[in-house]
Design a protein around this ligand. Sequence first.
Ligand code: C2E
Ligand code: MG
Ligand code: MG
Ligand code: MG
Length: 279
Amino acid sequence: LAKEKGKNRYQFFNTELNDVVNRRMTLEVELRKAMELQQVSLHYQPKFSLKENRLVGMEALLRWDHPVLGSVSPAEFIPIAEETGQINAIGEWVIKTACKQNKIWYDQGHRLCVSVNVSARQLEQFDFVRMVKSALLETGLSPAYLELEITESIMQNTTESTEVLQSIKEYGVKTSLDDFGTGYSSLYILKELPIDAIKIDKSFIDNMEDATNLSIIKTIIDIGLNLNLQVVAEGIEHAYQIEYLRGFNCGYGQGYFFSEPVPADKFEEKLKLDLLLKQ
Ligand code: C2E
Ligand code: MG
Ligand code: MG
Ligand code: MG
């Protein structure tokens, strides 16, 4: 009987493993066709100045809507795209699309900086800098209105990444360090990399009831301010979090409290209201 049970359990695990492998293979195959079939799009999440109470930019976030699989989270498909190398083609599309869209909004009178997430693997492409430049030249967007968000994972390749970021910055594009505080060498990376901003990871912002956590947030903000970096809090969901962050002199914020990431047309509706308010 025990043997029978053991066998069943083995089969159970085997089936689960099969499911994981199948899902992974399906996503990999489907992702290859996703761009051509126009299943991917960008959503935009507003970024606000907490001091001036105004919209200063937006983060472009990739969305994949598959006719059968439904909406697949970037948290699931980006790692696959990174492993297979598909991230390079997808990432190029993301940068071009975000620049093109921001130029449209610029021409409507808005001065906003669009932030685009960039994977470590993309920075390693030999012609990455040229690709970014041509995206700006082709769309006519000024480099000052584009920001690239990177994570600490690029530290696996420090020297090359530093050089790439340096030339990007010399060209006038902004750089920011995403998910700050969750990686291994947060302080070292601040010393090594040419960056303009840090984004405090949502996991810190999530529980401000905790005194230790609150001290960590305050300390991260102070580090950023002392290094003359923009400090952005991500994942703000409640008004009380903004009060704390303002008290700590955190300059910028993003989160569902302000708005979830929305499609371009929805974002544009918000912008129209914003312009009306200013008149
Ligand atoms: P991220 O760059 O840290 O983006 C922030 C994530 O938090 C987004 O999830 C956003 O929708 C979500 N978020 C923002 N405010 C709130 C909030 O108040 N509450 C909660 N619960 N969530 C909030 P999303 O869009 O699912 O993206 C997940 C991650 O996938 C991103 O994290 C980024 O690392 C990656 N990603 C997304 N688009 C791209 C892309 O175009 N290229 C690359 N390389 N990575 C991307
Ligand atoms: Mg980001
Ligand atoms: Mg990220
Ligand atoms: Mg983040």
